[in-house]
Design a protein around this ligand. Structure first.
Ligand SMILES: Cc1cc2nc3c(=O)[nH]c(=O)nc-3n(C[C@H](O)[C@H](O)[C@H](O)COP(=O)(O)OP(=O)(O)OC[C@H]3O[C@@H](n4cnc5c(N)ncnc54)[C@H](O)[C@@H]3O)c2cc1C
Length: 130
């Protein structure tokens, strides 16, 4: 049987290990116990409105976000693991429409963005009274 070693038991190493068929591969996962980014992560998955110019980063992050519903389905996880609850982006009024256009453009290749709404200050205050 082919042997595979995965170094690192963060979200990447564990996801990879979960998808490899143990009937086909002898799998060993090594982790030095330090626990790095996954341990610290805030758990927010919303890469679509990033203005980073690095297209490779954007495609990696976009595809990662699109993969989550599949991960949830494949391992029958519930909403304590992943929940689509929306993203509220606060910006000065003059940059909001530019951002909305970017979102509309990106939704063409990332339909998981969902509905895009421009909210005024009053509506935001109603949604988040605090
Ligand atoms: C403070 C913070 C907040 C973040 N918030 C978000 C967020 O809200 N949303 C988001 O999408 N992303 C967020 N990120 C980024 C996200 O957490 C990382 O992209 C992701 O967790 C990386 O996963 P990984 O498995 O590649 O790495 P890691 O989780 O770092 O896993 C690497 C593992 O390898 C082990 N290791 C390292 N070196 C060795 C070695 N030599 N031998 C054996 N084991 C080793 C470590 O112990 C660790 O467990 C955040 C990151 C940080 C630091």
């Amino acid at each position: 049987m082919e042997k595979i070693a995965i170094v690192g038991g963060g979200i990447i190493g564990l996801t990879l290990a979960s998808y490899l068929d143990p009937k086909k591969f002898e799998l060993t996962l090594f982790d030095d116990g330090a626990g790095q980014a996954t341990k610290a992560s805030a758990g927010i998955i919303s890469p679509w409105l990033s203005k980073r110019r690095n297209q490779r980063w954007y495609h990696l992050a976009k595809d990662g976000a699109a993969f989550f519903p599949k991960l949830i389905q494949d391992f029958q996880l519930d909403e304590t693991i992943y929940q689509q609850c929306g993203t509220l982006l606060l910006q000065p009024a003059e940059t909001l429409s530019e951002l909305a256009s970017l979102a509309e453009k990106r939704r063409l290749t990332a339909p998981e963005i969902g509905t895009i709404q421009l909210l005024d200050a009053e509506t935001v205050a109603k949604k988040i009274p605090s």
